[in-house]
Design a protein around this ligand. Structure first.
Ligand code: FE2
Length: 290
């Protein structure tokens, strides 16, 4: 999400661009296949089962980067969602407007071999592998639309930051309880080899029961693995909590309180795992000596 006023040259007024699937090179398709094979092999016992079901959505007739026309045909029949290509980050309200209308915006470019494990701007692997499988899940699909509608309302109330935090700690970096165990569902985690291990297995980060207002108050980091993850009970519960929330009083309280720092715990948190923060502390120490 960015805050630029008008779409760049070549993009439509809603910021979309053609995918031009035929223009991808063999090397770009090979990069997709390599990333896909690596994540599809390591995720099955780590990710919520609904994600693995939805992953079949991406097994199209041609290998390599999914052709959005074929993908949209399948996804549309399942939940009515569509994937549209955009040149890069889009303004918040453009993003919300697309989500509210069941359109997910995706970058069309793919990372280079040098960016295999870390890329700052979301590429098509993050956007499509990370996000699309759960758009095939009816309840999560409804949550994404409800989020877009909530975003449009929040924009009018000057509360976009709170909505960005909700997105970050659910859609991008959420954990879920599944048959008594913690599993991954956030796209930022499942599209990252390193964080798919860290988020579940490492003793460093906190794992905290999801609470809408708490999440909306919580700073997040964009430059490294998260220091806290929030755990939802089910997609049904997430949808219900966000849909039924009386956001007026929550926004009032948010305006009158300061945000919670990354990695901090509060007395009212449902702490599932109190993180050692060893990873973040070691990184900070290294930064100081450099
Ligand atoms: Fe994302």
């Amino acid at each position: 999400m960015a805050n630029l006023a008008s779409p760049p040259p070549g993009a439509a007024p809603d910021w979309t661009i053609p995918q031009h699937w035929n223009a991808y090179t063999a090397a770009e398709h090979a990069m997709w296949d390599r990333l896909f094979a690596r994540q599809a092999a390591m995720l099955p016992r780590r990710v919520v089962p609904a994600f693995m079901d939805g992953l079949d959505m991406l097994r199209l007739s041609k290998p390599g980067i999914p052709d959005f026309d074929e993908l949209n045909d399948r996804l549309g029949r399942k939940t009515g969602w569509q994937v549209v290509a955009v040149p890069g980050l889009v303004p918040d309200e453009v993003f919300f407007e697309h989500l509210a209308n069941r359109r997910f915006v995706a970058g069309r470019f793919i990372r280079t071999p040098a960016q295999l494990d870390y890329i700052q701007e979301p590429d098509i692997f993050h956007d499509v592998f990370g996000h699309v499988p759960l758009l095939a899940h009816p309840v999560f699909a409804d949550y994404m639309q409800a989020y877009g509608e909530g975003g449009l309302r929040a924009a009018r109330l000057g509360m976009i930051e709170a909505l960005a935090r909700l997105y970050w700690y659910t859609v991008e970096f959420g954990l879920i309880r599944d048959s008594g165990a913690l599993k991954l569902y956030g796209a930022g985690i499942v599209s990252s080899y390193g964080e798919s291990v860290f988020a579940l297995d490492d003793p460093s980060p906190n794992r905290i029961g999801f609470d809408l207002e708490r999440v909306m108050r919580s700073h997040y980091r964009i430059d490294d693995y998260q220091q806290s993850y929030f755990v939802i009970e089910s997609f049904e519960d997430l949808l219900q909590q966000t849909r039924d929330a009386d956001l007026g009083p929550i926004y009032e309280r948010l305006r009158g309180s300061s945000p919670i720092e990354v990695g901090a715990l509060t007395p009212t948190d449902t702490v599932i795992h109190r993180g050692t923060q060893a990873y973040a502390l070691a990184k900070a120490a290294r930064r100081q000596t450099n």
